[in-house]
Design a protein around this ligand. Structure first.
Ligand code: KG4
Ligand code: ZN
Length: 335
């Protein structure tokens, strides 16, 4: 079976082909970052228009890469939600139209399930059950994953998502959108011992997160200190350390509470090297196993959607009647 995956939930158009025997056989991505940078964030209307421009050329590109004709595609998987309504509509329409014309099924995939399964694109795959730390621009969640479609929310952010906190703090430091990677780069030049940011919600029980306080802490730290490059780097460093440390504390707690020793980290913030390093040390200390997607499959991509589609179809999932996008869609509603 060969599944074409289409991802258009936010500001990347991702298209890929997953073969049920060989795995990923073609993958193409177009990032709209350059266009949105001048506005300091994603402009939904521009995102939708750009997906329209790119989706079909990318489908042609992956077919060429895989040396395939469109008649050899067995099914199409597309991101049904969560995400921006207009952007989701473009992917859903392209997928359903193409599937209808080729007389093949089209199935809607949950974007966060795509992220969660992305580590399975690697050679060494995590085995169920495991804990997933999903960290992206819109989500910060700890999920107990017993099997495909069996997800229990253990904890989540009560306010800003962690990627959002990175983006807002980066903006405050005068860094370009998307803030996460630029803040992480600046933090490399910073000192860890000049500023100390709080580790929110770690001194009380539970697995929920809160990141809006860190942003406020960053605002006052910027206001009360000199405006120079070293200070900005030191603030970036202290912010990143606080976020990473908070994640490590909550993951350790989740492992202790569930007794599950396998941790899967996915989503854009999973590309953060400091987070990868710190979790690596902690999981080793706890005698557990840690899995990440490759760096390019942490942020949005078509490969994770093609892969999720492939394994859902192999498990017998039928295409739904409705292809109405779901901009808001809790992961636990899946089965
Ligand atoms: O998963 P993703 O591409 O899109 C969503 O589903 O939201 O995640 C994007 C988020 C952005 O907030 C971005 O700043 C953050 O991931 N991000 C990072 C890094 N790379 C991307 N945050 C921290 N460090 C990074 N290296
Ligand atoms: Zn995402």
């Amino acid at each position: 079976m060969r599944v074409l995956g289409i991802e258009t939930s936010c500001d990347e158009t991702g298209v890929a082909i997953c073969d049920s025997e060989k795995g990923l056989i073609a993958d193409a991505l177009y990032s709209q970052v350059e266009m949105h940078t001048q506005y300091g964030g994603v402009v939904p209307e521009l995102a939708s228009r750009d997906h329209i421009r790119k989706v079909i050329p990318l489908v042609k590109e992956v077919l060429q890469m895989a040396n395939m004709d469109k008649s050899e595609i067995s099914a199409i998987a597309f991101t049904r939600g969560p995400g921006l309504m207009g952007a989701l509509l473009v992917g859903a329409t392209a997928a359903r139209t193409l599937a209808w014309s080729l007389k093949i099924p089209a199935i809607g995939i949950h974007h966060m399930e795509g992220h969660l399964l992305a580590p399975m694109l690697e050679k060494e795959k995590p085995k169920f059950p495991f804990i997933a730390l999903l960290v992206s621009g819109g989500h910060t969640q700890l999920i107990r994953v017993d099997k495909l479609g069996n997800y229990t929310l253990l904890g989540e952010s009560l306010d800003d998502a962690v990627g959002e906190a990175f983006d807002k703090t980066a903006k405050l430091l005068g860094l370009p959108y998307p803030g996460g990677p630029s803040l992480a780069k600046l933090a490399e030049k910073g000192n860890t011992d000049r500023f100390h940011f709080p580790r929110p919600m770690t001194n009380r029980p539970g697995l929920d997160f809160s990141f809006s306080g860190l942003k406020t802490f960053a605002i006052t730290t910027v206001r009360d200190n000199p405006d120079d490059d070293q200070t900005r780097a030191d603030i970036a460093c202290a912010f990143q350390e606080a976020v990473v440390d908070t994640m490590v504390i909550k993951c350790r707690r989740a492992i202790k509470e569930t007794g599950l020793k396998t941790l899967v980290v996915a989503g854009g913030v999973g590309a953060n090297l400091r987070l990868r390093e710190a979790l690596g040390v902690e999981i080793k200390r706890l005698g557990g196993k840690l899995y990440f997607p490759g760096l390019k499959y942490c942020t949005d991509n078509g490969a994770m959607i093609a892969y999720a589609g492939c394994i859902r179809l192999l498990q017998g999932q039928e295409p739904e009647e409705s292809f109405q996008p779901r901009p808001r869609w809790p992961l636990e509603e899946l089965f």
